[in-house]
Design a protein around this ligand. Structure first.
Ligand SMILES: Nc1ncnc2c1ncn2[C@@H]1O[C@H](COP(=O)(O)OP(=O)(O)O)[C@@H](O)[C@H]1O
Ligand SMILES: [Mg+2]
Length: 250
């Protein structure tokens, strides 16, 4: 071991001598090299965990849990431009960190572009890394997946089996609630899913541009009350759309 260490340091020293001065070596000694290797190993095993979790969701529903656009969203790249941002970031991070001991649900309410999906995906990405199954799905996608089960030539999975799967995902986040006027059938399905999930002690997230009263009107008092039990989180995103920063004046 000592011999090997000597060899590496000797090699690094030799390399330094022959390298032009404008090139800075990445490591100065064996310790730095070892640390770098460990870091790379950690990154690699994290990426394997992500891939495995993603595969499980794929088997369950034929798609990945978090859409491509949001796969890189994390707490660290959610920028704080004012107090409101700081508050929601803190609460969302806390929610993810305490997920294990909690069956709390959450509702993020606010106008489009205010970062609801970003923080919901940050929670999702964090939980996937910690071994959970998660799925973020819009009401429209949820309904078309359910409707596809009516056509036996499209899929082998039954409506009952799909609802069962949706109730066993560790965290289900339903996106774009209230984007269109939901039909009675859609409301019934959302009610059923929330009911099943809360009786199997699973948390659910909702992303919506509706406020508390509008959401109650749309989904019914009972569901919204269920979503607000215990340590559940209601966050209001009441600032300008972030898309302006990305695309200019939109
Ligand atoms: N505070 C923020 N810091 C960094 N990126 C943000 C922030 N808020 C929003 N974004 C980015 O702006 C875009 C729109 O946000 P999104 O989360 O889709 O909004 P919403 O779901 O509320 O409509 C996304 O690309 C998101 O990553
Ligand atoms: Mg959104």
């Amino acid at each position: 071991m000592r011999k090997k260490k000597y060899k590496i340091n000797n090699f690094l020293a030799k390399l330094k001598k022959i390298m032009p001065t404008y090139i800075q070596p990445k490591f100065y000694n064996d310790k730095e090299l070892l640390l770098w290797n460990q870091e790379q190993g950690k990154k690699y095993s994290e990426s394997i965990i992500r891939k495995n979790k993603a595969m499980k969701i794929k088997q369950l529903l034929g798609r990945s849990g978090i859409k491509e656009l949001y796969i890189n969203c994390s707490f660290n790249n959610y920028y704080i431009n004012h107090e409101g941002h700081r508050k929601v970031l803190y609460a969302a991070r806390k929610y993810a960190e305490n997920f294990k001991n909690n069956i709390a649900s959450f509702i993020f309410s606010g106008r489009p572009g205010t970062g609801k999906n970003h923080l919901a995906s940050a929670i999702g990405n964090y939980l996937i890394l910690h071994g959970y199954n998660i799925l973020i799905i819009t009401v429209a996608d949820l309904m078309s997946t359910i409707k596809s089960t009516f056509n036996r030539s499209l899929t082998k999975i039954t409506e009952e089996k799909l609802l069962q799967n949706l109730s066993t995902v560790d965290l289900l986040i339903i996106d774009e609630i209230g984007m269109q006027i939901e039909s009675r059938y859609e409301k019934m399905i959302i009610n059923q899913i929330i009911d099943r999930r809360s009786s199997s002690k699973k948390s659910t997230g909702m992303l919506s541009n509706l406020n508390h009263k509008q959401l109650k009107n749309l989904l019914g008092e009972r569901v919204v009350d269920r979503m607000c039990l215990g340590n559940s989180l209601w966050l209001t995103f009441e600032w300008e759309s972030y898309r302006k920063n990305i695309y200019g004046n939109k």
